[in-house]
Ligand binder design. Structure first.
Ligand code: FAD
Length: 502
C-alpha cells in the first residue's frame, strides 16, 4: 500500500509538540500529530474522564496491573497502590536501573498529569545551562508568550492566607522562615478563580478533590485546552491517537518515513503505518525523542546522526522528601493538589535548592510536610540503545542521584534542626527520608547546540527537528515545562522563517 504523505509530521503532543503543531498549522502547513496515548475527552462509566488519585482504576497508568505511585507507602504499609487492569492510562513510570522517570501519556503529554507549576528559571542559571541562547529574547519575548498561551495565573494571596486548602503551604512557609529561608509564590496553569468556586461549593471539585497525577477533570488548563485546541482550530492540524512511532528512515529524495504502530486499548498492535513527511518534528519528550533518534542511528536508518544523541541527560536534580510536624502544626485534611509556593534558596551558591511545597491530599490529618526539591546536580547520564532487546538503557548510578539527595538533605536538615522536627521514613520504601531515584523532570538526550543546531535542527538529518525537553541539558533549576514551551516557540519561529522560505 502507498504510504501516507504529510508535509509536516509531529511525534508526540506534549509541550514542544503542541507549540510546534500550532505554529505550523497557523503557517498553513498541513500537519499530522502522532500520539501514543489516547485523547482524554470521554467520560467513563462513573461520568468522569479521569479517575481519582484515591481510587485509581485502569485509567490511571500506562498498561499496568498495579499502580506505581511515587509515594509507595504510608506508615510502611502498601496502602497507596491498587491493582488495576492494563489500559493506555495517563501516567507512565519508565524504569531504568537506579532511576524511574514519570511521564504523561495522552493528547497533551505531561500537561495531563503534572502539577501545573509554571516557573521561569533564574536568568543567570538559564544562561549557564543554555549559553548560546539569547536570554534577552527569551525573557522579553518567549517566556511571556509561553505564559500567556498556557494561561498562567497566580493564587489570590488573600484567599491563600485564609483558606484551609493551603494550610499545608503556610505551615511549611513558617518552618522555612524559622530557618531563615525565603518562600515565593509560584504561578500555575490551574484556573484559580475556578478553585475558589470549588472551595465555595459552587463548582465540581478537582484540585480540591485530590485530582492531579492521574489527570484533572476540571480547572487545569492542560495543553488540549490551550495550544492543541488552537492548533486544531487552524484547520491544518490532525491528531492520530494510540499511534506509537517506532522507526525513522530517510529516503533518497530527502523526505522521511516514520513507521508507527497503532494499538488498541488492550495494547495490541492492530495496524502498522508508514507515513512519509517532508519535515519531521520530534516532540516525544526527553526519553521518547532520544529513543527514536538512537534507534535510527544504531540501526543505520539515519546513520549520520551526531554522537551526542543520548548524552547530556539529567533528572533536574529532583528529590522528594517529607517531614513530620509537631501535633500542633496541623497541615489539614483538606489540601489543594496544585502547588503554589516554593522555598527558594537557589541563590545560596553553597547549596542551591528550589523546593516546591507539595500537597499530600489524603483526606485526613497526617502532620506531613511533603516537598519536591530541585537541586543543582551537575551529573549527567547517557541513554543508549540495545538492538538485541530493542530497549533503551540509562547509564545512571546511585552515586549520581546521591548528589541531589545530599543537597536536599542539607536544606531540610537545617529546617528540621530549627523546628525540632524529623524526617518521615515510611513514605518512599526502603526506610529512606529522601527519594532521589525518581524524577518528574527528565531533560536532555538531544541537547541544543550539540545533537542539534542552535534551533533544534537535528545534525546529520536535514528536515528533522527536536522540539521538547530533550533539548535542555539535564537541569534548569525549576519545574521545566515553561522553559520547554518558550524554547519551542523560539525555535519554530526561526525554522518557519528560514527553512520554509521559498
Ligand atoms: P511530554 O510532555 O513528555 O510529551 C511527550 C509526548 O509524546 C507524550 O504524550 C508521549 O505519550 C508521547 N510519545 C512518546 N513517545 C512517543 C512515540 N514513540 N510515538 C508517539 N508518541 C510518543 N513540570 C512543570 O514545569 N511544572 C510542574 O508542576 C510539573 N509537575 C509534574 C508532575 C508530574 C507527576 C510529572 C510526571 C511531570 C511534571 N512536570 C512538571 C514535568 C513536565 O510535565 C514535563 O517537563 C513536560 O511534560 C515535558 O514536555 P515535553 O514536551 O518534553 O514532553
Amino acid at each position: 500500500a502507498a504510504a501516507d504523505h504529510t508535509p509536516a509530521l509531529v511525534i508526540g503532543s506534549g509541550y514542544g509538540a503542541a507549540v510546534t503543531a500550532l505554529r505550523l498549522g497557523e503557517a498553513g502547513i498541513p500537519t499530522l500529530v502522532l500520539e501514543m496515548g489516547r485523547l482524554w475527552d470521554t467520560p467513563g462509566p462513573d461520568g468522569k474522564v479521569f479517575c481519582s488519585t484515591r481510587a485509581p482504576d485502569h485509567r490511571s497508568m500506562w498498561f499496568r496491573t498495579r499502580t506505581e505511585a511515587p509515594l509507595a507507602q504510608f506508615l510502611w504499609l502498601d496502602v497507596v497502590n491498587k491493582d488495576i487492569s492494563p489500559y493506555p492510562g495517563v501516567l507512565d513510570r519508565v524504569r531504568f536501573d537506579g532511576m524511574s522517570v514519570y511521564v504523561g501519556r495522552g493528547v497533551g503529554g505531561g500537561s495531563l498529569v503534572n502539577g501545573g507549576m509554571a516557573v521561569t528559571p533564574q536568568r543567570a542559571y538559564f544562561s549557564e545551562m543554555l549559553p548560546t541562547v539569547d536570554a534577552g529574547a527569551m525573557y522579553d519575548r518567549y517566556f511571556p508568550l509561553a505564559r500567556r498561551m498556557l494561561g498562567v495565573n497566580t493564587v489570590d494571596p488573600a484567599w491563600f492566607e485564609s483558606t484551609e486548602w493551603y494550610r499545608f503551604s503556610r505551615i511549611s512557609r513558617k518552618h522555612a522562615a524559622n530557618a531563615g529561608l525565603r518562600t515565593v509564590f509560584v504561578p500555575n496553569v490551574y484556573d484559580f478563580p475556578y478553585m475558589q468556586r470549588e472551595a465555595a461549593g459552587q463548582a465540581v471539585r478537582s484540585a480540591l478533590a485530590g485530582e492531579v497525577i492521574y489527570g484533572n477533570n476540571h480547572g487545569k488548563r492542560s495543553l488540549d485546552r490551550t495550544y492543541l485546541a488552537a492548533a486544531l482550530g487552524t484547520g491544518n492540524v490532525t491528531v492520530d491517537t494510540l499511534h506509537r512511532a517506532r522507526a525513522l528512515r530517510a529516503q533518497p529524495d530527502g523526505t522521511y518515513v516514520v513507521t508507527a504502530d497503532r494499538i488498541d486499548t488492550a495494547g495490541r498492535v492492530v495496524a502498522t503505518r508508514e507515513i512519509c513527511c517532508t519535515r519531521l518534528f520530534l516532540g516525544a519528550g526527553s526519553l521518547g525523542s532520544t529513543e527514536l533518534l538512537l534507534r535510527a542511528r544504531e540501526s543505520g536508518t539515519l546513520p549520520d546522526l551526531s554522537e551526542h544523541i543520548g548524552t547530556g541527560w539529567g533528572a533536574n536534580g529532583n528529590v522528594m522528601t517529607a517531614r513530620a510536624n509537631h501535633l500542633w502544626d496541623t497541615v489539614g485534611a483538606h489540601q489543594a493538589t496544585m502547588p503554589v509556593m516554593g522555598i527558594d534558596d537557589w541563590s545560596n551558591t553553597a547549596n542551591p535548592v528550589f523546593a516546591e511545597i507539595a500537597p499530600l491530599p489524603m483526606g485526613f490529618e497526617h502532620w506531613i510536610s511533603l516537598y519536591l526539591a530541585i537541586t543543582r546536580n551537575p551529573e549527567r547520564g547517557t541513554l543508549t540503545y540495545h538492538a538485541g532487546t530493542d530497549t533503551m538503557r540509562l547509564d545512571w548510578t546511585p552515586e549520581q542521584s546521591k548528589v541531589s539527595g545530599d543537597a536536599a538533605r542539607k536544606l531540610f536538615d537545617r529546617i528540621n534542626l530549627r523546628n525540632a522536627t524529623i524526617y518521615r521514613y515510611d513514605l518512599f520504601g526502603g526506610n529512606r527520608p529522601v527519594a532521589d531515584d525518581f524524577t518528574y523532570h527528565p531533560l536532555g538526550g538531544c541537547v541544543l547546540g550539540r545533537a542539534t543546531d542552535e534551533y533544534g535542527r537535528v545534525r546529520g538529518a536535514p528536515g528533522v527537528y527536536v522540539t521538547d525537553g530533550a533539548l535542555v541539558p539535564g537541569s534548569i533549576g525549576v519545574n521545566p515545562f515553561l522553559t520547554i514551551t518558550a524554547l519551542a516557540e523560539r525555535n519554530i519561529e526561526r525554522v518557519l522563517a528560514e527553512d520554509y522560505r521559498r
